[in-house]
Design a protein around this ligand. Structure first.
Ligand code: ADP
Length: 425
């Protein structure tokens, strides 16, 4: 390593990676000087700086390279042990399946490319592996669909969603997935445990919709799905993981932990079409605290409305009549503690019940989804057009002030309220 004027140079041997942890607000960028290198599967272009501020990333090389780091990352070191060769092996197996699917007649069951689900505890590198698999697939001329079921974070659109996006170009290390028109169902909560019945129902809807789409697009169909999940793998969380695997009819489940691998192997014995593969977690994966995850979630909401420093967006603030919108909640809303129920009574609440809500100060700071539904009955079956953030509610005047991604009328009249809140404005 050599340091000159705030910039440090690193020479990496084949299969080594430079790991950087760059605090937000500190300007740090990396530039490939020589050789070849990639950030989570996205190739770096020689001589072009890539900002990595606010991120934890690795610059990996298959054949050796020289890179410079501009600025001062919090942590920076070279690692010579990574699981990337095993990850690439998975990619190659998946691509062979894609080839077979592409050869099969369109519309037939064999024309379906691999459906891959990545499972593992929080901070085991699931999202990173999904990103690598998508990037390598794109670089091999496929167009996989990335499905994000990690409702607590949301790397495709706002948090609280089950969403999908076709990946047509490598994921930008800075901007993340290019999601102009993501397909999203709004679940509304940061934890799948908040309303597991709703989570399952939306999972089924997304899986069915993607299957219909694949039937109409041979390339997308052969390219298959890469599905990211949440890190809750015990109890109800584990049941939900199994639901995801069966709902999407997974062909391959990549598991980032021994115990979970063993458990899934036992439980899915009767589904021979699903291979359960154990993969090692990378030593570079950084553990985040709960409050860091909350901050990241807030950051995602902010990004939805305001964009990123390199691709800023200009949201609008508009005051509309409360009677121009109809706000619904799915399920029972904030749960009453069991101690609040009469002795011996259990909650009979319907987790899929739709309740229309009158304007309320409670809406302030709520993230609401704008549904494509044309009637309230369609809300549960409809994906969402986008999101609004409630700034103010004036119950006396009957007005609501919203932050919206763009000026002009909302794309729908029906709004869905969950439990996600943000004070970004
Ligand atoms: P999960 O999806 O399982 O919660 P992530 O894939 O989001 O885990 O990884 C957690 C954090 O670790 C992310 O900030 C990610 O960028 C970082 N990370 C993953 N792999 C590496 C690596 N090899 N070097 C440095 N940071 C990494």
């Amino acid at each position: 390593m050599a340091n000159e004027g705030g910039s440090s140079e690193y020479t990496l041997k084949a299969n080594e990676e430079l790991r950087l942890d760059c605090p937000a607000g500190r300007s740090v960028s990396v530039r490939l000087e020589d050789g070849t290198a990639e950030i989570f599967g996205s190739e770096l272009h020689r001589g072009r700086s890539v900002s990595v501020s606010g991120q934890k990333v690795a610059v990996f090389t298959w054949s050796g390279c020289r890179v410079t780091v501009q600025g001062e990352p919090g942590v920076v070191y070279v690692a010579d042990e990574t699981p990337n060769a095993a990850y690439l092996n998975v990619h190659q197996t998946l691509s062979a399946r894609r080839e077979e699917a592409a050869k099969a007649g369109p519309g037939t069951a064999a024309a379906r490319g691999p459906v891959v689900v990545v499972v593992g505890p929080t901070d085991s590198g699931k999202s990173t592996l999904c990103r690598m698999l998508c990037n390598w697939a794109v670089r091999s001329e496929w167009q996989p669909t990335f499905v994000d079921l990690d409702v607590g974070q949301g790397s495709v659109t706002a948090p609280g969603c089950l969403s999908a996006v076709p990946v047509e170009q490598p994921v930008d290390p800075q901007e993340g997935f290019a999601a102009d028109i993501p397909l999203a169902f709004f679940y509304g909560h940061a934890s799948p445990g908040e309303n597991p019945t709703l989570f399952k129902a939306l999972c089924d809807k997304l899986a069915a919709l993607l299957q219909r789409r694949a039937a109409a697009d041979a390339k997308a169909s052969a390219s298959g799905l890469v599905i990211n999940t949440f890190g809750w793998v015990d109890g109800v969380g584990y049941e939900l993981q199994k639901h995801i695997i069966s709902s999407f009819q997974a062909d391959v489940v990549l598991v980032m932990e021994d115990r979970l691998h063993f458990q899934l192997q036992q439980d899915l014995k009767s589904s021979p079409r699903t291979s359960i593969v154990k993969l090692a977690k990378s030593g570079g994966v950084v553990t985040r605290q709960t409050d860091e995850r909350r901050t990241a979630r807030d950051h995602r909401i902010r990004e939805y409305f305001y964009g990123t420093p390199t691709a800023p967006l200009q949201p609008a603030t508009q005051t509309i009549r409360a009677s121009d919108i109809a706000v619904y909640r799915i399920g029972t809303g904030p749960r009453a503690p069991s101690s609040a129920l009469p002795l011996g009574a259990s909650s009979l609440a319907d987790p899929l019940r739709l309740t229309g809500l009158p304007p309320s100060l409670d809406w302030q700071q709520a993230l609401m989804a704008v549904s494509y539904a044309a009637t309230p009955e369609q809300i549960l079956n409809s994906n969402v057009a986008g999101f609004v953030l409630v700034k103010e509610v004036d119950t006396a005047r009957g007005t609501v002030t919203l932050t919206t991604p763009a000026p002009g009328p909302l794309p729908g009249r029906y709004l869905v309220l969950g439990s996600l809140r943000s004070a970004i404005d």
